[in-house]
Design a protein around this ligand. Structure first.
Ligand SMILES: NC(=O)c1ccc[n+]([C@@H]2O[C@H](COP(=O)([O-])OP(=O)(O)OC[C@H]3O[C@@H](n4cnc5c(N)ncnc54)[C@H](O)[C@@H]3O)[C@@H](O)[C@H]2O)c1
Ligand SMILES: [Zn+2]
Length: 361
């Protein structure tokens, strides 16, 4: 992972060093592409004058993280006669990273991918760790692979064009990293909320300021993935908030952003953890307070279809025989279940009661 302000101007040298190829296929979307595309293409042209550079932008948004997009990108690369000497470059948020990463994982049984995240969420989370996937009607990320990037290039200056709502959504993953592994980082991130998220209309920070927060998040996530790449134990702690969060995201028809749905998922899962006696009292309220300060939601939207929500959640891949397996906090900075692979089995009734308005059975 290379991290630095204005790094994209030198991205060509970093890409060609990490994953030299005859063809570089850049995938971006129509928001990230105009911001960062020319820098990367220009730098790559200088670094690899003899290579071919392909470039394509997809429509932005979770709605396009599908098998149809996977197919059309794959067909494009095959029509362009890309061989195994192709390096793909995912230049965008988590949607582009997951989608282009999955194309790279499957094209000719796998070609290298370089992740260049352009949203805060993708910088601190999605681009690191090697999980790539597309969504299906049955739920999010249900078709995918583990495909580690050849390298990750993080240039926080591209965040200056990111809408503040997206910035807040990325902050949810930052808070998550603190909650699951580092109470000090949670406090630091919380203390800096007014600086980064305080005044939605007046951006008074340069992307560079965020670099140290991003760096700590990347370190925390990378340390977990290094320990347990295939999610047989420790890596499950990264799923905190996501079992309920993914279901909320899907049930909202993607009106809620991933980070917003995660915020709700963390608040609810922490409340559940406290009611089960798994989490120390005060854990949920500390999380809810931090989310509120960051302008993130912590309760289900009133118009959300709860039946669909529960249905989606019970379809989630982290489920076993009538029980839902959740990664739950013991306190801020420490996850529960270290002796049981970091998952706590919770009865579905218990979760249904939590999610149904008025707590009715
Ligand atoms: N693979 C993983 O480990 C992992 C982890 C977390 C999340 N994810 C996935 O990531 C996705 C969410 O990622 P996201 O929040 O980055 O969403 P996103 O990719 O949809 O990006 C958010 C929005 O910002 C725009 N954008 C991107 N960069 C920009 C820039 N520099 N300036 C202006 N606009 C810009 C995008 O076009 C989009 O409209 C979800 O699909 C989620 O499942 C994956
Ligand atoms: Zn996430």
């Amino acid at each position: 992972v290379h991290l630095g302000a204005w790094l994209l101007a030198e991205s060509g040298a970093l890409i060609t060093a990490a994953a030299p190829a005859h063809v570089y296929a850049i995938v971006s979307d129509t928001n990230a592409g105009p911001v960062a595309g020319p820098l990367v293409v220009g730098s790559l042209r200088r670094a690899a004058p003899a290579s071919r550079i392909l470039y394509r932008e997809i429509e932005p948004g979770e709605r396009f993280k599908t098998r149809e997009s996977w197919q059309s990108l794959t067909d494009w690369l095959l029509e362009e006669r890309c061989g195994r000497d192709t390096t793909m470059i995912a230049l965008g948020g988590g949607v582009v990273g997951d989608l282009a990463g999955f194309v790279a994982a499957t094209l000719l049984r796998g070609v290298p991918v370089v992740q260049i995240p352009t949203t805060l969420l993708a910088m601190v989370d999605a681009s690191v760790g090697g999980k790539v996937a597309v969504d299906t009607a049955h739920g999010k990320n249900l078709v995918g692979a583990f495909h580690q990037p050849a390298c990750v290039l993080v240039d926080p200056t591209v965040l200056q064009t990111l809408p503040s709502r997206e910035l807040r959504a990325g902050y949810a993953e930052i808070l998550k990293h603190g909650i699951i592994a580092d109470a000090g980082y949670f406090d630091t991130a919380r203390a800096q909320v007014p600086h980064f998220l305080g005044n939605a209309d007046q951006v008074e920070w340069s992307g560079e300021d965020l670099a140290s927060l991003i760096q700590r998040s990347v370190e925390l996530k990378a340390a977990v993935v290094r320990e347990d790449e295939r999610e047989n134990g420790l890596r499950r702690i990264l799923n905190f908030g996501h079992t309920i969060g993914h279901a909320v995201e899907t049930a909202s028809g993607f009106r809620l952003l991933h980070g917003e749905a995660l915020a709700i998922g963390m608040a609810l899962e922490a409340t559940l953890a406290e009611s089960l006696g798994v989490a120390a009292s005060g854990t949920a309220s500390a999380i809810v307070d931090a989310l509120r300060e960051a302008g993130l939601p912590s309760t289900l939207p009133p118009d959300l279809d709860v039946v669909r929500l529960i249905d989606t959640m019970l379809n989630d891949k982290k489920r076993q025989a009538g029980l839902v397996m959740l990664a739950l906090p013991a306190s801020i900075g420490r996850m529960a279940g270290a002796d049981s692979g970091f998952v706590i089995p919770v009865e579905r009734d218990r979760i249904e009661r939590l999610l149904r308005p008025a707590g009715g059975a």
